[in-house]
Design a protein around this ligand. Structure first.
Ligand SMILES: [Fe+2]
Length: 492
């Protein structure tokens, strides 16, 4: 059955106009399926946050096909979209074949959505030949065009990992770029549920963002700006709940991420056969408050072993995952800088308190945990810092002879910070003061990671400008990690 011949709608089709203004998305693939997402919003920026939809529930027909044109339909059904969830649709598709490409689309009333491309994960226990992951973070709409999203989409990766700051909460009056903002948010700072819904909807009206969602499955996690800058557990519960609800409503997430009576669980694992396991961490919900503010400080980190970045439950879950994993590559997707980044060129220490540098006991337990578990290769994928970074991870950052036990690849922003600029690596004080750090570049872009059984290759992609649309993507640097050979190597 195609979507053209659906069941009659509960709501007459004249009740709303073209509803697929926010595009389609899919996420969290497993061997049997994925989450297929859309949201009905004929007027995406409607003041009340309901997207111009009537109050009634609306049946949304969905289908998954093995061909892009949607002729060979392999799964289909009806999902009733309700006003309580802003007429969002989260279909957890099951029963598909592993390691395959699929396409999905929706129909509401007489309207048919564009098609999205999905993939299922490989057969558990098998060793796939490769996994191509695009990694990104930090897309401040006011700071620039989402060119990096469009370039990423054209790579047709197997997976897009989004590490947070998918939206920014600030109002249109918040100008952070020296030359003024490139474009404006739709209104004041997002604080209420309606405000967060409108902000998410504004972002999805961007065609480059919609293209990136339609091109590949995503694994997404939020950071601070989906709620408010540098938030911790001290932020009021009502605001946090509104932000989390709007995030779930606009992302292809599975049901544990759905706000309900229990905590919202965003940390999770995705497996790509025996080739790679992706551990997605939540460094926001369970962390202890900052001790010396969120910024750079020489404030000594207390030795209190109970102080935590990810909470003890999540930490145990992560360490258990390391002990049980049989993957060739352990990828850890998370928000804030993991390795030490010391801005003090001398003996002192000047580190960012919002990052793992403000939670050194937690960092040490996680690092020692994977070392003790005998994990084969660990690569931490990081967002937040609005610059590309490549660095080795070590057990003792104060010992220049400390051997690499993993690597960190931090991805720059999609748009946050504007066009950016090139630093001279020869005079970069951060590289000089931190010998484990190998690369630093303050341009916008994304990261392309090719994982194979024998090596992991990371292309640091940049776009030369975001102040106007249309820039081409360039490979600024390529680093490789060979299986069982510690440490990052830059390719000539
Ligand atoms: Fe950011």
């Amino acid at each position: 059955m195609g979507l053209a011949s659906g069941l009659p709608s509960l709501v007459p089709s004249a009740a709303f106009g073209e509803p697929f203004t926010l595009g389609v998305a899919c996420g969290d693939p497993d061997p049997g399926g994925f989450v297929a997402w859309t949201r009905l919003a004929p007027q995406p920026l409607a003041e009340d946050g309901f997207g111009g939809m009537p109050a009634d529930p609306v049946p949304v027909h969905w289908q998954v096909s093995s061909d892009p044109a949607g002729r060979n339909v392999v799964r289909h059904g009806v999902y009733v979209a309700s006003r309580a969830w802003a007429h969002s649709v989260h279909v957890e598709v099951t029963g598909l074949r592993p390691g395959r490409e699929y396409w999905y689309r929706f129909k509401a009333g007489p309207y048919v959505s564009p098609a999205g491309r999905a993939l299922t994960a490989p057969v558990p226990g098998t060793m796939p030949r490769s996994l191509r992951v695009a990694v990104c973070s930090c897309a401040n709409y006011q700071h620039g065009h989402f060119t990096a999203y469009a370039r990423m989409a054209r790579e047709r990766p197997d997976l897009i990992v989004h590490l947070g700051d998918y939206i920014y909460e600030q109002g249109s009056d918040h100008v952070a770029l020296p030359g003024g903002n490139v474009r404006a948010h739709e209104g004041p700072e997002a604080v209420t549920l309606a405000g967060y819904r409108r902000r998410h909807a504004l972002y999805k009206t961007d065609p480059d963002l919609r293209e990136a969602h339609a091109a590949a499955p995503w694994a997404a996690i939020l950071d601070d700006h989906e709620v408010v800058n540098n938030w911790t557990s001290l932020i009021p519960a009502q605001r946090r709940e509104a932000a989390f609800r709007a995030y779930y409503e606009h992302m292809p997430l599975r049901s544990p991420a759905r706000p309900g009576s229990t905590a919202v669980q965003l940390y999770r694992r995705l497996r790509w056969g025996r080739l790679a396991t992706l551990h997605m961490l939540d460094t926001r919900q369970y962390r202890d408050p900052h001790l010396c503010g969120a910024g750079y400080s020489s404030c000594p980190t207390p030795a209190d072993p109970a102080r935590t970045m990810i909470g003890l439950d999540q930490e145990n879950w992560l360490l258990r995952g390391f002990r049980r994993s049989q993957a060739r590559w352990e990828l850890v997707g998370q928000q804030v800088f993991f390795g030490q980044r010391d801005r003090d060129p001398g003996q002192g220490r000047l580190v960012r308190q919002d990052a793992w540098d403000g939670y050194t006991g937690s960092r040490q337990r996680v690092t020692e945990g994977w070392v003790k578990a005998g994990v084969r290769n660990v690569v931490v994928l990081t967002g937040d810092v609005h610059a590309h970074w490549a660095g080795d991870l070590v057990l003792d950052y104060d010992d220049p002879g400390s051997h690499p036990v993993g690597a960190e690849l931090a991805v720059t922003s999609v748009a946050s910070g504007g066009d950016g600029h090139d630093d001279d690596p020869a005079t970069d004080p951060l590289l000089a003061a931190n010998p484990h750090l190998k690369f630093h570049l303050r341009r916008r872009g994304y990261l392309m990671v090719l994982v194979t059984p024998g090596a992991l290759t990371a292309d640091f992609m940049t776009v030369p400008y975001v102040s106007t649309p249309g820039a081409a993507a360039l490979t600024a640097a390529t680093f490789t990690l060979s299986d069982l050979v510690d440490g990052l190597h830059r390719q000539a």
